[in-house]
Design a protein around this ligand. Structure first.
Ligand code: C2O
Ligand code: CU
Ligand code: CU
Length: 476
């Protein structure tokens, strides 16, 4: 019912002209950002999600247990908010594994409604992917198992039930998943988890007056996705992290439903990006701004060595304060970011057996991809694209809607060939699984499909995804 309604709104909403959408985006975004949150900013400590306990004694295996559950979280002092979490009240623990290990996970659904757990960025067969197909009934259990065979990376996991991904993610069903390998272990980069290697899950939320977190979508939310006016990092409102004058590695995950961030540091200093979605870049990259759309990850190193005790550096995005780093004391480290991080073999465009064109559509066409939508009524059996297992393909993704869309493909890692015919920015030359297609842009991706099964590809603006901007391919 709700899905139908939201589809209609989505279509209607997207039916306005490109110009007015572009305009309304600029009008609506800042308005949403500036409306005040109730809490005095920066009084919260940054929570560090715990590493999930591996119960296997075999070094080649990892056994995890996760409970999908309801929780109660204290975002505001003395006020409790109903939330969802993995083995906790909000968000989930960090799953950490090594390349080559066989992972067995026991997922129990105690949520009181159907859910799925998707391993976003993991190269696993279709039945283990945790997309909308792998539903876990209320009270039920799911036991995915797969061998990790991909380079070290910061991937993540989140709920992905058909039509309800936005709501379940919004309420807290998100966690970080770290893969280590020989490369990550050898590099002289910060790698003490929780000390100088810290995940930052950035999300925006819109709390109601009573501190609850309702998932109620206005017409504008259906059009642009839900934008909140309160920023959470690791589940705390604009928190503070105490640092020493050393190099710190941050694993940034945009776990927001729809907001795109352009991260900067308040002292205008540069930081070094070392990894994109699914692995290290070949070379570290000095940056002063990092654009990250929903679903994307980036690992960055911030060097606090030029600071004095007492300095406060704010992580910001277009005037929004994300969190603060407070320099507590002088210290030094022996970390020297190497000039080369890894090697990435570039897939040549000529290796492609085929080019598929995907237009993100709205307006005169049905909102979706090529005018098609993932459709609950039609069932989950409609495979839109058949890919030959082992083939390399170019996917050309074009925005025809007048707004940006983060485009994500399950079951594969891709390289960005070009944006409107031009080379992508240097921080997009590594492996990725999600790419932002800007307004009216044409982005060409190239990938070799090695995982067997049925997989989704979709806009990672979760309101768009739930409204049907999602299709599936089968690789066989
Ligand atoms: Cu992050 Cu289809 O998902
Ligand atoms: Cu995914
Ligand atoms: Cu979208």
């Amino acid at each position: 019912m709700t899905l139908k309604l939201s589809r209609r709104h989505f279509i209607k909403g997207l039916g306005v002209t490109v110009a007015s959408i572009a305009l309304s985006r600029f009008v609506f975004l800042p308005a949403g950002c500036s409306s005040g949150s109730k809490k005095t900013a920066f009084s919260n400590r940054l929570p560090i999600p715990p590493l999930l306990k591996n119960t296997s004694t075999d070094p080649n295996k990892v056994a995890f247990e996760l409970a999908v559950q309801k929780g109660s979280s204290q975002f505001f002092e003395g006020k409790f908010t109903e939330t969802y979490g993995y083995s906790g009240n909000f968000l989930g623990p960090v799953l950490r594994v090594k390349r080559g290990q066989e992972v067995n996970i026991k997922v129990k659904n105690l949520l009181g409604e159907v859910t799925t757990v998707h391993w976003h960025g993991a190269l696993v067969p279709g039945e283990m992917d945790g997309g909308p197909h792998q539903t876990i009934a209320t009270g039920g259990e799911w036991n995915p198992h797969f061998v990790i065979d991909q380079p070290s990376a910061t991937i993540w996991y989140h709920a992905h039930p058909l039509g309800k991904t936005g709501e379940q993610v919004y309420k807290g069903l998100v966690g970080v998943f770290i893969i280590d390998d020989e490369v990550s272990q050898k590099l002289n980069i910060p790698k003490d988890y929780g000390i100088n290697d810290i995940p930052l899950v950035v999300q925006d939320r819109r709390f109601a007056e009573d501190s609850s977190l309702p998932y109620q979508l206005s017409a504008d939310d259906l059009l642009h996705g839900l934008m909140g006016n309160t920023i959470l990092v690791n589940g705390a409102i604009s928190p503070v992290l105490d640092v020493k004058t050393v190099k710190m590695r941050f694993r940034l995950l945009n776990g927001s439903n729809a907001r795109i961030y352009n991260f900067t540091l308040s002292d205008k200093s540069k930081f070094t990006q070392i990894a994109s979605d699914t692995g290290f870049l070949e070379k570290p990259l000095e940056m002063d701004t990092l654009e990250l759309s929903p679903g994307e990850r980036a690992e960055v190193i911030v060097d606090f060595s030029s600071h004095a005790a007492g300095d406060v550096i704010t992580l910001e995005s277009e005037g929004l304060k994300i969190m603060e780093f407070v320099v507590k004391e002088k210290a030094s480290d022996t970390i020297a970011i190497p000039g080369e991080l890894t090697t990435i073999s570039k897939i040549a465009a000529t290796a492609a057996a085929k080019t598929r064109v995907f237009r993100l559509t709205a307006g005169s066409e049905r909102a979706g991809i090529n005018g098609l939508q993932m459709n609950m009524a039609k069932g989950m059996d409609t495979v839109h694209e058949n890919v030959k297992l082992g083939d390399t393909e170019i996917w050309e993704v074009i925005d025809n809607t007048g707004m940006p869309h983060p485009f994500h493909i399950h079951g594969v890692h891709f390289q960005v060939l070009d944006r409107n015919g031009e080379a992508p920015p240097a921080n997009e030359l590594g492996w990725k699984d999600t790419v932002l297609v800007h307004t009216q842009e044409k982005v060409r991706l190239i990938a070799t499909f090695k995982q067997k099964g049925i997989f989704m590809f979709h806009c990672h603006n979760l309101e768009h995804e739930d409204a049907g901007m999602m299709l599936q391919y089968e690789a066989k």
